[in-house]
Design a protein around this ligand. Sequence first.
Ligand code: SF4
Length: 346
Amino acid sequence: MTNLALIKKIEESGLTGRGGGSFSVAKKWQLVKKNLKGNNPGYIIINGAEGEPEVKKDGYLLAQETESVIAGVYYAFLYLGKKNVKAIYFYLNPIYFKKYRARIEKVLKNSLYKELAKKVIFYKKSEESGYIGGEESVVINIISGKKAQPNQRPPFPVEIGLFEKPTLINNVETFYNIALIATGVYDNKRLYTLAGACRHKGVYNLPATMSIADVLQATDNYPDFPFFVIAGGGVCGEVLDENQLLAGVEGSGLIMIFDHRQTDYDKLLNYWLRFYKNQSCGLCTPCREGSYRLHELAKEKKIKEEKFIDLLDNLEQSTFCALGSSLTYTVKSYLENIYFKYKKYD
Ligand code: SF4
């Protein structure tokens, strides 16, 4: 297949990045290719950091679909031009590094991947880099030996990325989908992780257009008890009550079910805020101080609603990266759709 035919297929598929950012994959690849011109070789990074609590889709693919993931990387290698790619980094979280490195190496032994394999470098994400260590600009900083903090954008990695060179960074599931597109079997599905109080936990491959309710039905996980969900990621997601499930699933494709009867609403709020407080990289004051203050306020017997919302609004408008704005997205939807509606005071 020619490069032109491949990029046309990717474009027609409408595939967007499966790491949470949902940016057009065809556009990203085209931008990197354009910036590689003129003896300016760059890099490919396969992001297998998967640090969102409860999300397991990339691990599933590395275990079950290793060949397809590598095939997707190979298509990127060919599309960008072999000589234009200096190195290909498999950036894996410590668990995936330990579990799947040998499996990936075995697939790379295929003679088809001889040139690709020579350029592959495995990089183990450090525990200390935390949740933010999976964000693309942070991944680039970590591999470059810099601090685990995000960069101001623009410039984007497609232009100035790893070691200041154009860099194609895509998530594991994105590369897997590329292989399906190239071989003509992609049918606009995505991976959903089902977690929490459900009957059949696991990873499911279903149409990307499904609503949350559809996914719960299709996987025989629709609860027969009063429930609510977080959809997207285990901490970076939208919290919705059971009558709000007609939207699709964004982000990392997680649906986690909570049983109203078993949920301590304060404990859950505390858990999310503690997570954000602990995972804040400390670069910007609104997130660093704001997440700390919110966590403190949430410990009070009765939340001071006005003050709490005011702080959330401030955070929403002023944090440097998506982690800070995710806090407000998750916590605000939780307060609005669940907490203030169901929380009972003695
Ligand atoms: S929002 Fe939080 S994680 Fe993002 S740069 Fe600011 S302190 Fe770091």
